[in-house]
Design a protein around this ligand. Structure first.
Ligand code: AMP
Ligand code: MG
Length: 339
């Protein structure tokens, strides 16, 4: 793996200017779940109760899907010694969705990548570079096509494991939107560790303005004006480690090679109605690289995207181009609009 330039850890940051100042109408809840800080700001009479309901719902999802919690359904499926284990309808449905995207992206998204991810230490925080031999052995336990689901039972071959890390936050954001709607909230900003979901527009009726963090430097590379959609970014700059030789290894793994993705992309942002679709595609298209991601967009549509590459190019799809403005003047990237 070639040496990559060190770039600072960066997460998508949120611009919240121009919000209603009425304290009775606005409630912001911060909580920690799914290994990240989550912030939900809702506007409406029932905002506080709504955000508290969201927090308990996401905690329940985490309990079901944590890869490390011995009580989770995902853990049970990966430690059954090859036996079938019961799963909830909700787990079965998210799994079916993830496997569908795996098929459509030719395995770029693979919810069975966990054994390799674990060897790199991304789950324990004790990062290390596995040997090629170790990786090639572990790759034998990876393959979304081999997951067997029958009604509410799942069977994984011994050695295989599941990980919803690439889709769970997106699903949780969709759930959050539904809970807020049940509480009559029609304006909210949901930020689940960088997975953004916009409910309606800002209380004054204008679009939300979401800053896209520059993966290479402090600050934003640009700002997206949008409402009523999800905006999800994947990149290896979010969670990574630096090996002794200075090589940077990120947390998104190419399931074919077993190595962290290193294809010239810095980040992939997906914009669409549904959070889980954005989440699944941001991870998958990051694995695929700029060329295949562009091809995928042309063939499938139904979403917009912004690809940032190491050679200072931004690929922006035509559906979102008018809503995106650059925030940098120096060393500004070349923007290529994908039609
Ligand atoms: P995201 O931040 O949504 O791009 O998801 C990244 C997380 O998904 C990682 O931290 C892993 O838990 C998991 N992951 C890494 N690579 C893949 C992959 N190729 N397919 C599915 N999940 C992955
Ligand atoms: Mg994802």
């Amino acid at each position: 793996m070639r040496l990559r330039k060190f770039f600072a850890a960066a997460v998508m940051c949120v611009t919240l200017s121009g919000c209603s100042q009425n304290p009775h109408m606005e409630y912001t809840g911060n909580f920690y779940a799914m290994n990240t800080v989550m912030t939900v700001t809702a506007y409406g009479a029932d905002a506080e109760e709504a955000v508290k309901a969201v927090s308990s719902r996401i905690t329940a999802l985490e309990k079901m899907w944590s890869v490390t919690d011995e009580g989770s359904e995902i853990f049970a499926a990966g430690h059954s010694g090859g036996a079938a284990v019961p799963i909830s309808t909700e787990t079965a449905s998210l799994l079916a969705f993830a496997l569908d995207i795996s098929g459509k992206t030719n395995g770029a998204l693979d919810p069975t990548v966990y054994p390799v991810l674990n060897a790199w230490g991304f789950t324990t925080g004790e990062n290390r570079v596995p040997t090629e031999d170790e990786i090639s052995k572990l790759l034998q336990n990876i393959g979304y096509e081999r997951v067997q689901v029958e009604r509410d039972f799942i069977r994984l071959e011994e050695g295989m494991m599941l990980d919803f890390g690439a889709v769970a936050k997106g699903y949780a954001a969709d759930e959050t939107t539904a809970i807020l709607a049940e509480h009559g909230i029609d304006s909210a900003l949901i930020n689940l560790g960088g997975n953004i979901q916009l409910v309606g527009s800002r209380p004054d009726g204008t679009d939300w303005r979401i800053g896209l963090k520059n993966p290479l430097h402090e600050g934003n590379i640009g700002v997206l004006s949008a409402s009523d959609c999800a905006i999800v970014t994947s990149g290896n700059y979010e969670r990574y480690f630096v090996a002794e030789d200075g090589t940077i290894y990120g947390h998104i793994i190419d399931p074919k090679s077993g190595y962290p993705v290193d294809n010239g992309l810095l980040s992939v942002t997906i914009i669409a109605k549904e959070g889980k679709l954005c989440d699944a595609l941001s991870t998958a298209l990051f694995v695929m690289g700029a060329e295949k991601a562009s091809e995928f967009w042309r063939e499938n549509r139904g979403f917009d995207m912004i690809l940032m590459s190491e050679d200072n190019e931004l690929i922006v799809t035509s559906g979102i181009a008018d809503q995106f403005s650059l925030s940098v003047s120096q060393n500004a990237p070349n923007i290529k609009i994908l039609e």
